[in-house]
Design a protein around this ligand. Structure first.
Ligand code: C5J
Length: 229
């Protein structure tokens, strides 16, 4: 299978389209929309919403290229039995995980706020991995899905950069996946964390992976012949 090169830092990354997946992390109303958990924590969601359009372009290019696309959602069972008590207690919040908010129960599966935003909604057979933690590999079948598809490289988008994106990239890196994180497709409520989190990924020769951007990824994906993917 012909490899494609994506320009990235610290150096260009070669990927085999047939062994590459786009991983769209936690683009849920609870993090990205007004009235969600993120905003209730006092955050400015516009800092995350700037990722939506670049993510849409990458998602469209990935679909056109025929590469695997996997979405994740952070959240819990309605009875919260899969949520560690420490996570539920964290922050001493008035409206915390499991409590009733403007978009239903916060980070509970099946609630309006827990679902993926309409702009990036999964299509057809794109798997959605529900995760109880920050990392997408922790207590999920993501690794199994990727192995069954012989995936070796991940194009990573989503929120938030220094929390679920970072945790997932670190988990993926330790499992042998090559991750390229698209800088304008990942977002943080804290501009300084965004900057430093991206630096950390590509430091020391790419200690956790590579950093590129949506335009570069779209251009690389445009070179993939769908029937060959
Ligand atoms: C957070 C996430 N920030 N998806 N979750 O709690 O990054």
């Amino acid at each position: 299978m012909a490899k494609i090169t994506i320009d990235a830092e610290p150096y260009p990354l070669e990927f085999d389209p047939a062994r590459t997946a786009l991983l769209m992390i936690d683009m849920q109303r609870d993090f990205v929309e007004a009235g969600g958990f993120g905003e209730m924590l006092g955050n400015d969601v516009s800092l995350l919403r700037s990722t939506i359009e670049p993510c849409q372009r990458v998602l469209e290019a990935a679909r056109a290229a025929g590469i695997s696309i996997i979405h994740t959602r952070e959240g819990h069972r309605a009875d919260l039995t899969d949520a560690p008590p420490s996570k539920l207690a964290r922050g001493k919040l008035e409206v915390g995980i499991g409590a009733q908010g403007p978009m239903g129960r916060v980070l509970v599966r099946g609630e309006h706020g827990h679902d993926i935003i309409p702009e990036l909604y999964p299509q057809g057979d794109e798997p959605v991995v529900d995760k109880p933690g920050k990392g997408a590999f922790y207590e999920t079948d993501l690794h199994l899905i990727l192995q069954n598809r012989s995936i070796a490289s991940l194009i990573v988008c989503g929120v938030t950069t220094e929390v679920c994106v970072h945790t997932t990239v670190r988990e993926a890196n330790d499992r042998g996946y090559e991750c390229v994180v698209l800088s304008d497709c990942v977002g943080s409520y804290f501009p300084e964390f965004q900057r430093v989190a991206l630096e950390m990924i590509k430091a020391q020769g790419g200690i956790f992976g590579w950093v590129s951007d949506s335009a570069t990824a779209v251009s690389a994906l445009g070179k993939v012949k769908p029937e060959a993917a």
